[in-house]
Every structure is written in C-alpha cells, then in structure tokens.
Design a protein around this ligand. Structure first.
Ligand code: SF4
Length: 714
C-alpha cells in the first residue's frame, strides 16, 4: 500500500511536540511527495505556534542524501549499497561470531530519546532477550538523567513536568534554572507570560540568553552565576527562605521528610558567602527568595514553579543541583498543589517516553528498576522468558562508550537514533573508540557523522513515514502518524529488529505493527511507575477525534481518565511524603583556576537541534546559521586580542575547537559559549568534559575549563 495523505501529527524535534498537520503534494514516485506542507494545529502546548525548525521540518523528508538502501563496507573500505538480506545477514553473522568468541556482553546497543515509545520498548526487549546483553543505554543519559534521578529520589517518580505546561500561565512566579526556552522551544514562552506580567520570571543562566532577556526588564530577575555554581544559588535561596521565615512550615511538616537535615546543611550558605562563590549579589538572592515566597499559595500568591533544564543538570553536581531545586520547591510548599510545583523541561522529542520503556541501562518497561525482582518477573512473563534469563544492570552511557573496544568492553555496537561523533562528551575519544570496534551498525535516516564510520548502515523510517506514539515533556502520550511512504527501501526499526531477531534464533517474538507493539508495551508497563496499561493507539485516536488533548500517564485501566497532575493527594514514596535530601557544593570536575582561565558553557540555538544531523540538512536553517561560533565578552576579547569574526581556538585538556568570534556583552567576561550542533573543527564536544555525575551518570557538558586564543593562521 502506498501512502501520501494528510495526517495530524507532531513535530519531529523537541519535547514540546508541537501539533501540526502534514499535507503531502503528489510526487513523482508512488507514495512520495514533491513537497509536504506543514500547518500548525492548535494544541495546549503550542497553541497554534511552531518555531522555525517546526515550520521547515518537512525538508528533512526530502533531504538529497537521504539513506534509501542498506550500505555495507566492502573490501576496499567503502560503504557500498546492498540488499536488506545481505546487510542483515552480515550483521547477524558477525554479532553471533563476536558473542561466541567474547561473550554476550561483547555486544552493546545505544538508543535515542527521539525514538518512538514503540521503538524504545522494542530496542530494550531486543537487547535483553535476543542479544541477552546488559549493555544498553541511550542518549537520554546525556539529557534527562540528573533530573530523573533527583525526582525519583525525592518524589518516588520522575515525570518531567508532573503537571500540564499550560498550568504555568496562572503562576505569579517561575524560577527557570538553566533553560533557554525562548530559543529551544519558542512556543513554550507564551506559558511564561503570566509570571512575566506579575514581575515574577526569574532566569538563572551565565548568559543573558533570549529567555534571560525576558526576565531582565526590571520586573523579574536574571541571575548570572559563575558557571558550575548553580547549586550555590539554590543553597542560598533555601537559606534565605528559612532565615526569613518564608517557608511553608505546615506543608513541610505534613508532606515532606528530611527538612531538618537540609536546613542544617544550608545554614552555612548565607547570601554574602554564596555571593563570593557564585557571583550573584546577596541582595538579588534575597529579592528572588522573597519574590518566590510571595507567589506561593501559603502566602496568598497565585502560585510558583521551580523549573530546571540542561544548563544546571548536565554537571557532575546535576543530581545534587536538582535535589536542591526540589527542596526549594518543597520548602515553599509547591509540589502537589494545583498551580504550583517543580518540573524539569525535557529536551528531546521523546525524552520522556524514551526513558520509560526499557532502553536505559538500569530499567525495564514501566520505568521499573531492572534489579527489582517483581519487575523482572512481570516483564519476563510478558516477554515469555524466564526472569533469570534477563541480564542485570548495564553500564551507563559514558562508561559504555569509554569501554568500547577495550579488553573487557563491547566489541560491537548497534546505534539507533544517536549521532555520537557529534553529541558525545569528549567526542574525539568516543570517535576513536567507535573506530576500534569489530562491528559498528548504525540505523539512521541520513548519513550522519556516526553512520559514516559504520561497517553497516541501515536506512530507517522517520517521523512522517511511521505510526507510533511519543510522550511529551508533560507525560502526555500523543500519536505520531504516517503521511507518506518511506523512500526507496527504508524500513522501520521495528522491522529491522524483528528480522535480526529471526536470524539470531530469538527466544521471543518481536512485533512489527506499531499498534501491536504498543499493546504489548502497555501490558509490560502495567503496575509500573509509568503505567500505560489503559492506553492503546485506538484509545488515543478516539480521544483526539473527540477533541481530547492526549492522555497523561499513569493510565492504569481502559476507563481511567489519565493523570494530568501528580502528587495532589500524596507522593508515591513508602511514607507518602516527598524526601528532602541535604546536598553541598563541591564544584565542577575541571578547576578553572588551576587548569585554564576561562569557563566554557554550551547550548542550543534557535535554528538547530541536537547534533544537527537533521537541521543542518534544512536549507533555510543552514542559511540562517551554518556553523558554530564562540560567544565572548568584549572585555575578554580585548584582553586576548580577538576581534569580531576572527577565528578563535578553544582548548581544554581533552581537545580543541575553532570557530569565529561573536562579541557580546550578554555573557560573563570569564566565560565563553559555543553551540553544539556541528562536526569537525567547530565541534565543541571535542572540548567538553566526560566526567560524570556519581548518581545519574550525566556527563558534565555544561562547564569546563578552557584556554581561549586567536587561532593561528593556516
Ligand atoms: Fe515546537 Fe520544538 Fe518543533 Fe519548535 S522544535 S516546532 S518548539 S516541537
């Protein structure tokens, strides 16, 4: 059957999952368009808005270098077209040889936070049953792991926003730490309008980002800490709240545990001391603490939110920082109250669902721990295998990537939905490890930098060519729908994994129909934290046809209405209370004073997404910005003899990157910024740190020590 039909679906990029309609014009090939018109749809998160990436998203469907046939590296070392049978036979044969020689753990799988729920689930099942390897993790480890670990520890559950995004609109104050939504997900900014109008938007960022500029108008506040000291800002705010009696004592007594230990821990972080470490004036810290308290319901305000993003989470102190952010929300009495709360702004398109269905090293479907005997029995029964046959916890992403090709590390890697050569921290080391493998298999839609290193490249379908589900940053499960056929011989990963399973003598059946995969996923998730048991494609379609906006997990039964707001009656912890945990500042793994004189911070820009594999192929986006740059303060530039547009070399002890200078007073004079969407010499992840958070395994992308200098003339 060929398809080239209008479809209501969602944007392929970020976790806001803006709703859009696709209208393919008829094309030369059956089922393929000459072009696809994108029209925004009204939806609670985007309310008819799209950003530049969303408007141009259909261009990726017709990328000139779209992968359309399998490629196998030949005797001359070139990637050459092959049939699916040949490519899959090569992969299966070599996987079997490697596992026979080196053991089950010699094969690893790396997934992605952009995969549909169905693909993420199948990838986890494939790794644990067909390959029987514990070595599976995914790029969400680079994205959400610190927030997930801290929220799970505090609340007993991690759902990025445990409330609808639109709830933000009614709050008097929003404290936004390390998130630049005005560039990364512009339609979300409308939900900050209420706090902005009330003078309560507070942004914490070392740069005066587009989002910080919204707060820095005399009404709200922009706190511009030394990179790597966000935790100190939060410890000081906690200190002030208690010192000035701004806490919601009744809420803390009734709904939390551990407050006294936190209170003792923050007693040493009086604002003047904090100022000496984080650089934020004590008076500004006091003003923000009072502003947040005044907005909280216990003091008669309309509500307040504390929100974190990657800027504070991608740190060796990421879990501790989010733990402190949650403690601040708790001491103000916010979580579990309508119109207030704590949440994390998820980044990747299916960053939420991607971490719920079993592609994380330590988890099984339903967001269950893999070392939980009950969870293992339940999931094993759904899969039809013995619980003891399931491997245990694997290595988290950075550890896994570091182990590739080493004496006791994996010899083969299957990559789905990740472009590690550009996106991994200390990317040069990771690239060398990828090159050292006996077998690298990459499934992708375009020849990404990682695919170009592979022994076998498998062409797979993308968003508008497939059915499935995604789970947005609010835990809202939504449908992705097919508008057109995939080009050439591109096939869904569901089919690819099922074919590999068949060739490898799988003990289980892997379904290939997305609706059937979802039904199995729902059964596997039943009783888990992220319970989808009451959901099906059919129900989601019916909900949408009836004007419904999707359903929020948990949805434990077919007649359950879903759960837009969590924690209203208690927290899913053993005693029903949220846990407050003391943490302290130890600083980043790089010491900017001892190692190199300048802080490097990284981030996204309006026009591009993640490793840029998709957006760099969109002509309009590439024309708007076609390479990395180094943003630095004129004072720093002056001192170093750097002028606007000159090539700048940024060097850490891991590597260097070169890009043109952009001078701006929006950044601290001790800090430079680079976006991370490009490969080659402008690739900032050749410089970033691969030190990890001890709790979450999150790498420290967001701060490292660098030397900055004019790049020598070639
Ligand atoms: Fe919306 Fe994000 Fe897509 Fe932009 S990239 S249109 S904000 S989902």
């Amino acid at each position: 059957m060929t398809a080239a039909t209008s479809a209501d679906t969602h944007c392929p990029y970020c976790a806001l999952q803006c709703a859009m309609r696709l209208d393919p014009a008829s094309g030369a090939a059956p089922g393929r368009p000459t072009e696809v018109a994108v029209t925004p749809r009204d939806f609670p998160t985007n309310r008819g808005g799209l950003c530049q990436k969303g408007w141009t998203s259909a261009r990726v469907l017709t990328a000139p270098d779209r992968l359309t046939v399998p490629l196998v590296r030949d005797a001359q070392g070139e990637l050459a077209p092959s049939s699916w049978d040949e490519a899959l036979d090569v992969v299966a044969t070599r996987l079997r040889e490697i596992q026979d020689r080196h053991g089950r753990e010699a094969v690893a799988v790396f997934g992605g936070g952009g995969l549909t729920n169905e693909k993420a689930y199948t990838l986890g099942k494939f790794a644990r049953t067909v390959l029987a390897t514990p070595n599976i993790d995914y790029n969400g480890r680079f994205c959400m792991s610190s927030a997930a670990a801290a929220a799970t520890r505090a609340f007993g559950v991690d759902r990025g926003l445990p409330f609808p995004l639109a709830d933000l609109g009614g709050a008097d104050a929003v404290l936004l730490l390390g998130s630049n939504v005005a560039e990364t997900m512009p339609p979300a900014v409308q939900h900050l309008a209420g706090a902005r109008a009330a003078g309560g938007l507070v942004v914490v960022d070392p740069r005066r980002s587009a989002t910080a500029a919204l707060a820095d108008d005399g009404q709200g506040a922009h706190l511009q800490p030394v990179p790597g000291t966000d935790l100190v800002v939060l410890l000081a705010l906690l200190h002030i709240v208690w010192a000035e009696g701004l806490d919601d004592a009744a809420y803390v007594a009734e709904r939390t545990s551990g407050a006294e230990a936190v209170r003792r821990a923050v007693s040493q972080w009086w604002p003047e001391r904090a100022e000496t470490v984080c650089g934020v004036p004590a008076a500004q810290l006091r003003r923000v603490a009072r502003l947040l308290a005044a907005a909280s319901p216990s003091r008669g305000g309309r509500g307040a939110y504390v929100l974190t993003g990657r800027g504070v989470e991608q740190s060796t102190q990421g879990t501790a920082t989010v733990t402190a952010a949650i403690a601040l929300a708790l001491v103000l009495g916010l979580p579990g109250r309508v119109g207030s709360g704590y949440g994390a702004i998820t980044g990747q398109g299916n960053g939420q669902g991607g971490r719920e269905h079993g592609q994380k090293a330590d988890q099984l479907p339903g967001y269950r721990r893999i070392d939980d005997d009950g969870a293992r029995r339940h999931v094993a029964a759904v899969w039809g295998v013995a619980p003891e046959s399931l491997p245990g916890s694997g290595r988290p992403a950075v550890e896994l990537l570091h182990a590739l090709g080493t004496a006791d590390g994996p010899r083969a890697l299957l990559v789905h939905g990740s472009n590690l050569v550009v996106s991994a921290p200390n990317a040069t080391r990771v690239t060398e490890n990828l090159r050292s493998l006996d077998l690298l298999v990459v499934s992708d839609v375009v020849p990404s930098e990682t695919a170009l290193l592979a022994d076998v490249v498998l062409p797979v379908t993308q968003w508008a060519e497939e059915e499935g589900t995604m789970t947005s940053l609010e835990g809202r499960v939504i449908r992705r729908r097919r508008a057109l056929d995939p080009p050439g011989e591109a096939r869904s990963e569901l089919w690819v994994l099922a074919e590999l399973a068949r060739r490898l003598g799988s003990p289980v059946t892997l379904e290939t129909d997305p609706a059937e995969v979802f039904d199995e996923l729902a059964r596997a998730s039943a009783g888990g934290v992220a319970d989808y048991a009451g959901l099906s494609h059919e129900r989601l379609d019916a909900d949408e046809a009836g004007g419904g906006p999707g359903l929020y997990w948990p949805v434990p039964s077919a007649d359950h209405p879903g759960t837009p707001r969590l924690f209203l009656t208690g927290f899913p912890t053993p005693d029903g209370r949220a846990r407050m945990i003391p943490v302290d500042h130890v600083g980043p793994s790089d010491d900017v004073r001892a190692e190199a004189p300048v802080h490097l911070v990284t981030g996204r820009v309006l026009q591009h997404y993640q490793s840029g594999a998709q957006t760099r192929r969109v002509p309009e986006l590439a024309a708007a910005l076609d390479g990395a740059y180094v943003e630095l303060h004129p004072l720093l530039a002056d001192r170093l003899g750097i002028v606007e547009g000159a090539a700048v070399r940024v060097t850490s002890r891991r590597g260097d990157a070169v890009a043109p200078a952009r001078l701006t007073g929006r950044i601290r004079p001790d800090t430079v910024f680079m976006p991370f969407h490009w490969a080659g010499e402008g690739s900032v992840n050749r410089v970033t740190s691969d030190a990890t958070d001890p709790v979450s395994g999150m790498p420290e992308f967001k701060v490292c020590a660098v030397d900055v200098a004019p790049a020598a003339e070639p």
